[in-house]
Each structure stands twice: as C-alpha cells, then as structure tokens.
Design a protein around this ligand. Sequence first.
Ligand SMILES: Cc1cc2nc3c(=O)[nH]c(=O)nc-3n(C[C@H](O)[C@H](O)[C@H](O)COP(=O)(O)OP(=O)(O)OC[C@H]3O[C@@H](n4cnc5c(N)ncnc54)[C@H](O)[C@@H]3O)c2cc1C
Length: 505
Amino acid sequence: MFAGAAALAGCERPPEVTGGFAGASFTRGHVLRDLKSAPEPAVSRRADVVIAGAGIAGLAAARALRQRHVEDFVLLDLEDQPGGNARGSQVKGIGCPLGAHYLPVPSDDAPEVQQLLEELGLRKRVAGRWQYDERHLCHAPQERLFFQGSWQDGLLPLNGVGASTLAHYQRFACEVEAARKTGAFRIPQRSHVGLRAWDGETFAQWLDRQELTDPQLRWYLDYCCRDDFGAGLSTVAAWAGLHYFAARHGFHPPGADEGGEREQLLTWPEGNGWLVNALAAPLGDRFRGGQLVLRISERPNGVAVDVLDTQAQRVERWLAQRCIVALPAFVAARVVESPPAPLQALAARTRYAPWVVANLHLSGPLAEAPGMPACWDNVLYGAGSLGYVVATHQDLNPVPGPTVLTWYCAPGEAARPELLSAPWTQWRDRILEELSVPHPDLRARLTHVEVARHGHAMPIPVPGAISAWTAPPDSARMQYAHGDWAGYSIFEEAFTLGHRAGARS
Ligand SMILES: Cc1cc2nc3c(=O)[nH]c(=O)nc-3n(C[C@H](O)[C@H](O)[C@H](O)COP(=O)(O)OP(=O)(O)OC[C@H]3O[C@@H](n4cnc5c(N)ncnc54)[C@H](O)[C@@H]3O)c2cc1C
C-alpha cells in the first residue's frame, strides 16, 4: 500500500514539513476493548436523560430534547470535542474537516434536516420558493478529474472516451432511472423493504448481469462506492451502488438534460464541523467530553450509565430516567448490559470501513496548468485515494494565500492494523507521491501534515445486510440512535435517527 514511498526518501522531500496524527484517540477507544470488567463508580450524578455519544445522532437527539423543553440532560463522549465522524479542525488557523465535509441540499423526504437548516438560517422561503444561502452552497467550479494527463470538468471520465463507453453511460442512466421510479430509494430510508430486490448480490455482480462492463464506467462507479461507503463495487450490495444516484438526482451522462439540476451541496471550510458547532453551541456544559461510557444498565426505576472520566481517571455513575444510545453498534453491544438481540445481531453483522483523512497545509496555492481550474473536489483517475477537497474553496478573498487540502482515503478493511502501526510520515510520503503527479510543485508548497485515522469509520452495506435489518430495540427507558442503524453512513440518516429518539416522549 505504501509502495514507492521508499523512492521518495532522501533529499527530494523538503525537510521543513512538520506533522503528526490528529482526530479521534485510539488509546481512549481501546481502553474499552482491553477492559476486563468495569470498576465500581466513585461518584454518582443524576439527569433526566443521558445521551451516550455526541456524533451527529447524539447532537440531533439533544436538539430534539430541547425542542420539547427537556433541559435536564447530558451528552457524553469519549472525545474532548463533539461531532464524531463529522468533526472539523484547524491547521495553522485554517478550518478543515476531519471527516464529513458536505451535505447535499435535502429533499422533502428529510423534513427534520430541512427544519434544522431553516433554523440555522441556511434555508429561507423567498417569494414562495425555498432558497439556500449561497455563501454555504459549494461554489463553482465544483469537481474535476485528473484523467489521461490533464484535468477535466466533472468526475465521470469523458476526455477521449469512445462511443462504446458513452453507450454504457447511457444504459446505466436508464437503469438508475428505472430504480428511481420504484420509489424504493429515499434519503433517509423510511423502509428497507423496497431495497431487498437489490440486496442479494454485489454491485459488481449486478453490473455484470446488465453487461455494464465498460472500464471507465466501472472505475467511476467503484470510486463512488469507495467515496460513499469506504468499500468498492465488488464489496457493497447492488442497492448501495445505485443509491447515491437513485435516491437523489439520478445519473446524468454527457449530453443528458440535467434541467439545470447539478446537485447542490452545502459545504464549509471545516466541513460538517460547521453543523456540529451549530448543534453543540446551545448545550453549554451539558456536553461532557473525555467521558468513556463503560456500561449502560437498564433497571426497573431508571438507567445507570457508568463512565470513565478520562481526565480525573475515575469512574462516575449517571442515574437517569432514560438513555439514548447514540454509539456505534459494536460499542453499544459491548457496553449495554444484556444487549437486546437486534443490537447483538447488528453488531455481529456490521463490517466497518476504516478511513484516513489528511490535512495538508500549503504555503500558497498550487500552480495550475491552463484548462480546468482548481475545484472544491479534485479526484485522480486510478488513484488508491479519493482525491482532495480544498478547505479555502468558499473563501471570497481575491488574493489566494496559504491553503489546506483535505485528502481522503478508504484503504480497505485489511489496512486497519496498518492504521495503528504506520507512522504519520508514511501517509505523508504516499500523499506526496500520488498528488505530485498532477501537482509537481506540491513538495515545495507543503509545510505541515495532520493525519486523522478512523478505525471503524462507517458500516459497509454488504449484500444481505438490508434484508437482515430490524428496527432498533427501543423501550421506554432506552432508545438507539446511531447511523449504523441505517446500514450506511450519511448525515441525513444519523440526524433523523437522533432527532426521532430525542423527540420520543
Ligand atoms: C471520512 C468520512 C467522511 C464522511 N463524509 C461525509 C460527508 O461528506 N457527508 C455526509 O453526509 N456524511 C459523511 N460521512 C458520514 C457521516 O460522518 C456520518 O454518517 C455521521 O457523522 C455519523 O454520525 P453518528 O452520530 O451516527 O456516528 P459517529 O460519528 O460515529 O458518532 C458516535 C460518537 O460516539 C462516540 N463514542 C464511541 N464510543 C464511545 C464510548 N464508549 N463512550 C463515549 N462516547 C463514545 C464517538 O466518539 C462519536 O463521537 C463521512 C464519514 C467519514 C468517516
């Protein structure tokens, strides 16, 4: 995976590049893995509601509680900052994402998300029509692909492709349209039943059956699957491969009439960290970071949540009327005492994709060859990574200055041990080797690299998972709200699940 890195060792690399790891703490998370039994608590506290996990689902649950005037709650997370996979950061004063970096403009299927955006002032009704604040919509040019030695507009390979490739693009568009018309593809998914027809085989097998074999189409669809689910088209179920297109605006081959509807995206320098900060701002000290949930036990008169305060290094017990478990399924199954069967089953069948997100600080913008200018999203055909987004893309400053590129990579499940053991410099060298092809001046501009590793970043929607889906085992005292219950990982699903758990009386 790091082949070729050795070739970079030596005098080519600018010695002044500093860096290290950033983001989620493996050490804290793995305390739970290595713990034989949870120590007895030294301190006892009370709240009406405890929310375990302050990712998007936990934050949405907190907002919903407040909307119902339930103010006596705490939101606990093992990390010092809220947000989970959607957290943002800063490198040398420039905001940048550590994970999720955009939110497509939601359809009417996602009223909870629409209401949030309205509340945050991003969506307004003007002259009877909904409008989004342009400062937060991704500015043009949005995306480009480095293909056949130059940058082209959009991510679908087009430069110099033949008639046969174009015919495959057209046929795939027809298949997407047919899938879309079934009404089974929604965001968020209201029911998984309609997707079962596409759950019995991988996307690659389904494409084979449709004789959609064109290498450019296959590369593009594999890229989309790796980008959405952290695993390629030979791993994910057919419904997942179709989902991004069929649940949104379809697939538009060249020449198709898009009706002016290129997907509108909301994005910020710090990615979805902007939304995290907006959701966390009203919580004050009800958000408690550095709190590792060790055990959640349902009792006849309430719920007991035992937590390791990582700073004080002591165990505390929260006694609550109810608990919203906004933790990943594999963690929830470990900490919930006598976990209900649907939780055990979800944890047992979920395969998680690891991710690496590296923020690269550059002293100034990269030189660009004539042609397609730098975009927000920049992808390299055939690369092992998913390319990079430019954190300063939304910046209106006419004089470009220092910037941060956020490089994304879903290295595959087998790479998880390497995530733990490889030094940050190995990632730096791999990134330099890859991105120096379109950007020979990258070495001269790079000053600092911060690498965030997500060991169990997102559930991979493998064949069979949706057919085995069962609803979260909610009771009067315990509700479950994490993106894992959706079977695939996007803001809208996590937010809606969290909102519904918090809104329950
Ligand atoms: C690299 C990457 C890029 C992504 N890009 C996008 C994107 O652009 N757009 C999009 O819509 N979605 C994207 N996603 C998916 C999106 O980030 C998730 O769907 C969403 O943030 C999940 O929220 P969640 O609350 O369900 O889970 P999580 O983010 O997993 O939150 C769970 C929380 O629980 C905490 N926790 C875990 N164990 C414990 C414990 N024992 N005690 C206390 N706390 C604990 C964690 O620290 C975390 O904060 C991306 C995901 C990744 C990994």
